[in-house]
Design a protein around this ligand. Structure first.
Ligand code: CAA
Length: 259
């Protein structure tokens, strides 16, 4: 992969692709270039056989404090329409491999929306989530009103979006926004350890489980179950299904190849 990025740092090691947002002086405020770099890195990792799991994190005292306000302050509606940058954000949610987010400090506005694109979220005790867009006279534009509502329900989502108040890590855990709270010092190490564990799972199963769970969010139950069933059947055309079941019968560990 081209590692010549301006606003992110990437690495691939031991089956794990790591992307670190790296504009710490502005709390990793997300400008257009950063979004396209994240997208490029994620899509490259998604297509890279050496990567099984992607970890997304931030450098410094924030995961990301939102879209770059300085970049958009003077934009016209037509600038935004023509730049159409939110399609890049949409594509972030189409990554097929598991994406695990490690959130330290602020995850606000677009930073929270980016976190909500992850499949699993770990956060440190000092993490704070929120949609302060209301204080800027705008609103979330990269999925915030939709994803938060699907996660916590209409009543609670309204409250957070109307007030723009910040949710603590404990509250985020309570509402099912994050999976785990980890101490600040151990956040990245524990996230990598968890990513390592997931990276050992059958890759095609991970891929189709992720796809099926995401469909559950959008589809009515019956359609979702039909989709799940087809994915279940599809896995029987993989070498890993033969290997997994044979290994069970032979009382040994399976050797999954993602084929
Ligand atoms: N855009 C541009 N710069 C930002 C930024 C942002 N979203 N968030 C922080 N910064 C910059 C600050 O301007 C400051 O820069 P200088 O040192 O050059 O002054 C630097 O980061 C450090 O920030 P603060 O001095 O403000 O740090 P703090 O600890 O006092 O406050 C904060 C932290 C509460 C997160 C505060 O920075 C803040 O409120 N940031 C804006 C949060 C926000 O409104 N996010 C939503 C953006 S809109 C959006 O995301 C739309 C969408 O849906 C895509």
């Amino acid at each position: 992969m081209n590692n010549n990025f301006e606003h992110i740092i990437t690495s691939i090691e031991d089956g794990i692709g790591k992307i670190t947002l790296n504009r710490p002086k502005v709390l990793n405020a997300i400008n257009r270039k950063m979004v396209s770099e994240i997208l490029f890195a994620m899509e490259s990792m998604d297509n890279d056989e050496d990567v099984r799991v992607i970890v997304l994190t931030g450098n410094g005292r924030a995961f990301a404090a939102g879209a770059d306000i300085d970049e958009m302050a003077n934009a016209s509606a037509m600038d935004l329409e023509l730049t159409n940058q939110f399609t890049d954000w949409d594509r972030l949610a189409w990554i097929k491999k598991p994406v695990i987010g490690a959130v330290q400090g602020f995850a606000l506005g677009g930073g929270f929306e980016l976190a909500l694109c992850c499949d699993i979220l770990f956060a440190s005790h000092n993490a704070e989530f929120g949609f302060p867009e209301i204080n800027l006279g705008v609103m979330p534009g990269a999925g915030g009103t939709q994803r938060l509502t699907k996660l916590m329900g209409k009543t609670k989502a309204m409250e957070w979006l109307f007030t723009g108040e910040r949710m603590s890590a404990n509250e985020a855990l309570h509402y099912g926004v994050i999976n785990r709270i980890i101490s600040d010092e151990l956040l990245l190490a524990e996230t990598m350890k968890y990513a390592k564990k997931i990276s050992k799972q059958a890759p095609l199963s991970l891929r189709l489980i992720k796809e099926s769970v995401l469909k559950a969010v959008d589809y009515p139950l019956y359609e979702g179950m039909q989709h799940e069933r087809k994915n279940f059947y599809l896995l029987f055309s993989s070498e890993d299904q033969k290997e997994g079941m044979k290994a069970f019968q032979e009382r040994r560990r399976p050797n999954f190849k993602g084929k």
